[in-house]
Design a protein around this ligand. Structure first.
Ligand SMILES: Nc1ncnc2c1ncn2[C@@H]1O[C@H](COP(=O)(O)OP(=O)(O)OP(=O)(O)O)[C@@H](O)[C@H]1O
Ligand SMILES: [Mg+2]
Length: 355
């Protein structure tokens, strides 16, 4: 994994924003990403010396009132959550004209960036992602918080450890919230929405099972390189999510542990009543394979999970991937160069002694 370094600034920041950051002792270092709500910057707290991700609300005048209410709600939601697989909120600054969240900085990349690079994911990596994120969702659902926007761009990957971290509670809904959207109005990113977020034909308001469906779509795409429902436009995609059966996972990859396939297929049921009942059930079922008590849980060692040791037919490709990983490739080149040098010197000595 070779994440892009944060982009240095090309434009000068709004002086009001700059002032709001200086006021709290933040020094801006670069830009991490942009989304519907605004821009995420990398900054350093001068006194504490720690780096943070600053999620700054865009100062777009037309949508301002609604956006500010939404953003304040995101801050309140983040503040209720504490979990190793969810970005930690440090503080929320709201000057009236400038709003930002200071969040734990997860140094690395996100699943969307990796997807665009066409990254190949092993069963172990995806299994651990599912286990970690289901555990994060078990925590938020227990607090009555639905994420409602589980998608590759909202799952960060820490470079050094492989830890997967959920972020972006901008569309989250809490138990006590009056919704910011009209009842029945679809909320989320079309390709990762659940059937019940799109249509009321199942007679069920989205609950925790809706987040689990979206999570399974992310995992399915990581494993197969194919989105299960994507069509030419959003409406056709949403129609497929509600009406069309996806291609069975096992028909696209035959090297996956049975339990991983079974859990994912259970998460992908269109009817929430037939879907896996809650996040705790996913955590429990995947725990023996990918949890911290599994024989080889290290996230930094994707090839070592029990699931992969069970599989055989996909191992050749995974071994090749591992062999060609940048670190190992450099070692291989260095070893070949060293052997060539030694042989060359030996040959030279031989020629000189024979002459
Ligand atoms: N804590 C963090 N550490 C590192 N990078 C982050 C962090 N939070 C966000 N990012 C980067 O910024 C991007 C946008 O963040 P986020 O999803 O919170 O914003 P958004 O405006 O709600 O986006 P969207 O509307 O596209 O979902 C992420 O995809 C990620 O690449
Ligand atoms: Mg996002």
């Amino acid at each position: 994994m070779s994440p892009d370094p944060p982009k240095p600034f090309g434009v000068k920041l709004d002086p009001q924003i700059q002032q709001a950051l200086e006021h709290r002792d933040y020094e801006l270092l670069g830009e991490l990403g942009r989304g519907g709500m605004g821009t995420v910057y990398l900054a350093r707290h001068r006194k504490l010396g720690r780096r943070v991700a600053i999620k700054m609300l865009a100062t777009d005048r037309q949508t301002k009132e609604n956006s500010i209410r939404r953003f304040r709600r995101e801050a309140r939601t983040f503040a209720q959550i504490r979990h190793p697989h969810i970005a930690q909120l440090y503080e929320f600054e709201d000057t009236g004209s400038t709003q930002y969240l200071a969040l734990e900085y997860v140094e690395g990349t996100d699943i969307e960036q990796e997807r665009r690079r066409g990254r190949y994911w092993s069963a172990g990596e995806v299994g651990r992602m599912l286990h970690s994120l289901a555990s994060a969702l078990e925590h938020t659902h227990h607090k009555g918080i639905l994420h409602r926007d589980i998608k590759p761009g909202n799952i960060l990957i820490e470079r050094d450890t492989g830890r997967m971290v959920l972020t972006d509670f901008g569309l989250a809904k809490g138990e006590a919230d009056e919704s910011l959207t009209a009842t029945g109005f679809a909320v989320g990113t079309p390709a990762y929405m659940s059937p019940e977020q799109i249509s009321d034909r199942f007679g069920i308001e989205p609950d925790g099972r809706s987040d689990l469906f979206s999570l399974a779509v992310v995992a399915y795409e990581m494993l197969t390189g194919e989105h299960p429902f994507l069509a030419g436009d959003d409406i056709s995609t949403m129609r497929r999510i509600v009406k069309e059966k996806h291609k069975p996972l096992a028909s696209l990859r035959d090297d996956l542990p049975e339990e991983l396939v079974s859990v994912l297929e259970d998460m992908l049921h269109k009817d929430p009543k037939k879907r896996v009942e809650n996040a705790a059930a996913v955590v429990q079922r995947l725990g023996p394979l990918y949890g911290s008590a599994s024989p080889h849980p290290s996230p930094a060692d994707p090839a070592s999970s029990a699931g992969e040791r069970r599989s055989s037919s996909g191992s050749a490709r995974e071994q090749l991937d591992r062999l060609l990983s940048p670190g190992k490739l450099y070692l291989l080149i260095a070893a070949v160069a060293a052997v060539t040098l030694i042989l060359g010197i030996g040959l030279g000595i031989l020629i000189v002694s024979l002459a």
